[in-house]
Ligand binder design. Structure first.
Ligand code: PL3
Ligand code: FE2
Ligand code: FE2
Length: 243
C-alpha cells in the first residue's frame, strides 16, 4: 500500500487499541453517572486549589499577589469544567467531591494554621497539581471534543502551579527537608487512596488505572528532581505510596 504523508499523520492520531484508547459513548446513563462524580471532583479540586493558593499567599507575603493570580487561574479552570458537565447534560455530585477531598483538605488547613509552608506547598503545588496533570493527560485522550479542548488549556496552566512549588521548596530545601519528608509520608498515601477511589468511575470514562498511576509517578518524580532531591530521597519518598 502506498503510504502518503496524510495517512501517516492519521495513523499517529489514531488512539492505541484497547478500551482505554477507544472513545466511550458519552450519551449513556453509565457514562453520565460516572461523569457526575469525576466532574464534581475536578470542579471541587479547582475551587479548593484557588482557596489553597490564597491561603499560601497569606503565609508568603512577598508572593501574595502572584499566588492570588494562580488562584484566579484555578477559578477559570473551575468554570471550564462546569461547562464540560453542562455540555453533556450532567449535574456534578458536589457532596461526593467534598467528601473525596476532605482528608487532604483537613491536613492542608492544619498546616496553614501551624504556618508550615513547605507542607502546604507539598500538598497543593506538588501532590494535587501532579495528580491533576496526570489525570488531565489521560482524560484528554478519551474526552469528548468540547472537554478535550478545555482540558488541554487547563493542563498547561497546571505546570505553572507545580513550578511555583518546586522553586520555593528548592530555594528553602536545607531548612524544610525534614518537614517535607514527614508531610509526604502522611499525604502521599492519601493521594494513592484518592486514586483508588476514582478508578472505577475513571474506567467508565475509558481512563486506565495503571496509566493514571504511571502518569502520576512521572509528574511527581519530575517535581522531586526539580526540587533538587537525589535518587535515594526520591525513592524513599515514592515508597510512601506503597508501604
Ligand atoms: C488543581 O489545579 C486542580 C486539582 C484537581 C484535582 C483533580 C483530580 C482528578 C481526578 C480524576 C479526574 C479525571 C479528569 C476528568 C475531567 C472531567
Ligand atoms: Fe487548575
Ligand atoms: Fe493548578
Amino acid at each position: 500500500m502506498q503510504t502518503t504523508i496524510e495517512s501517516k499523520e492519521s495513523q499517529l492520531l489514531t488512539p492505541p487499541d484497547g478500551p482505554a484508547g477507544e472513545l466511550p459513548d458519552f450519551t449513556t446513563e453509565e457514562y453520565k453517572d460516572a461523569y457526575s462524580r469525576i466532574n464534581a471532583i475536578v470542579i471541587e479540586g479547582e475551587q479548593e486549589a484557588n482557596d489553597n493558593f490564597v491561603a499560601i499567599g497569606s503565609l508568603i507575603p512577598e508572593d501574595q499577589d502572584h499566588l492570588e493570580g494562580l488562584g484566579r487561574m484555578e477559578l477559570k479552570h473551575k468554570r471550564g469544567f462546569l461547562a464540560c458537565g453542562r455540555n453533556l447534560g450532567v449535574a456534578p455530585d458536589m457532596a461526593f467531591a467534598k467528601k473525596f477531598f476532605a482528608p487532604l483538605h483537613n491536613n492542608f488547613l492544619k498546616a496553614v494554621k501551624e504556618g508550615k509552608i513547605a507542607t502546604t506547598l507539598l500538598i497543593q503545588a506538588i501532590l494535587i497539581e501532579a495528580f491533576a496533570i496526570s489525570a488531565y493527560h489521560v482524560y484528554i485522550r478519551v474526552a469528548d471534543p468540547f472537554a478535550k479542548k478545555i482540558t488541554q488549556g487547563v493542563v498547561m496552566d497546571e505546570y505553572f502551579h507545580l513550578n511555583y512549588g518546586e522553586k520555593w521548596i528548592k530555594k528553602n530545601l536545607v531548612t524544610v527537608k525534614d518537614e517535607l519528608m514527614k508531610a509526604n509520608k502522611i499525604n502521599l498515601p492519601i493521594i494513592r487512596s484518592m486514586l483508588d477511589q476514582v478508578a472505577d468511575d475513571a474506567s467508565v470514562l475509558h481512563m486506565d488505572k495503571e496509566e493514571l498511576m504511571e502518569e502520576f509517578m512521572i509528574a511527581y518524580q519530575d517535581a522531586l528532581t526539580a526540587i533538587g532531591l537525589d535518587n535515594r530521597d526520591i525513592a524513599r519518598m515514592a515508597l510512601a505510596a506503597v508501604v
